[in-house]
Design a binder for this molecule. Sequence first.
Ligand SMILES: [Zn+2]
Ligand SMILES: [Zn+2]
Length: 139
Amino acid sequence: MSDLLERLRGRGWRLTSQRRVVAEVLDGEHVHLTADEVHSRAVERLPEISRATVYNTLGELVCLGEVLEVATDGRAKRYDPNAHRPHQHLICSGCGAIRDVQPQGDPLAGLPHGERFGFAVTGAEITYRGLCPDCTNGP
Ligand SMILES: [Zn+2]
Ligand SMILES: [Zn+2]
């Protein structure tokens, strides 16, 4: 059984067949799907599932803190089930593949006191960019 489903079950989230399909689609490593991608994959498993149901379910999962909303590149928001392990993103400029990465050290430590403008800084989102192996060795 998948980790996301296990977590949801542990929280007593009512797993209807529609919710289960959305959770199944989102489960796994390095998953960052747009709502439309979640919907089209969910339809393959449960043809009657509506776009509204998928969107509502995604909203609930985000409210529960079990799925993160990631806005990586000014395009559509992506949904990320890796919600309990702090991580940053590495994005391929060629094909858009996204990997979860964990830089060494505390990303907040890289911002010197003089660059904080008196803010109490609580988080950092770092996007690394490059070409993935497939795009580097492309045809
Ligand atoms: Zn690529
Ligand atoms: Zn991620």
